[in-house]
Design a binder for this molecule. Structure first.
Ligand code: FES
Length: 170
């Protein structure tokens, strides 16, 4: 048994297939199935223009057979999931934790906000970039200060580097 149901009212058949692919990697126990929640939320988020509506989180929980509350705990804990509000075509997360902060992250956040005309947590008017509200350490302290764009790491940031990175995003 891998798939829970083929008639989930929110998930498409293709999304269910992709989730089944992940379910097959874990033990066929309730706890094992829960292990597929993060990739499953990613699948649905990617298919929904980069953010999740509540019905998506509920649908994923129902499909893999875990409590909706636990699925919401996961979706709200990780900054890689974006709930309830549409996001830009690109998501930029600037780390402001201790190593990055000591190396000038605060100044770079201000610079990024001015350059984009959007504050942390906001999306540029043209829908190009969302500045993710807050990031904890992204495990690249040796490259501080750093940011992530759509999952790709950029380290040893300067204002000039931020110009290059942002200007390349369409
Ligand atoms: S503090 Fe920024 S990556 Fe660790």
């Amino acid at each position: 048994m891998t798939a829970t149901t083929s008639s989930n009212p929110v998930l498409t058949a293709e999304q269910c297939q992709q989730i089944d692919h992940w379910l097959a990697k874990f033990p066929e126990t309730p706890e094992g199935r829960q292990s597929a929640v993060i990739p499953s939320l990613h699948i649905v988020q990617d298919a929904n223009g980069g953010y999740l509506e509540r019905r998506h989180v509920e649908a994923v929980a129902d499909y893999i057979g875990m409590s909706r509350t636990t699925a919401f705990e996961v979706a709200t804990f990780y900054s890689m999931f974006h709930l309830d509000h549409p996001v830009g075509r690109h998501k930029v997360s600037i780390c402001t934790n201790i190593c990055c902060w000591l190396n000038g992250a605060e100044d770079l956040v201000r610079y990024a906000e001015e350059k984009l005309g959007a504050r942390l947590g906001e999306t540029t008017e043209d829908g190009r970039i969302t500045l993710v509200r807050e990031e904890e350490c992204l495990a690249a302290c040796t490259g501080a200060p750093m940011l992530i764009v759509d999952g790709h790491y950029h380290t040893h940031l300067t204002r000039e580097k931020i110009d290059e990175i942002f200007d390349a995003l369409q």
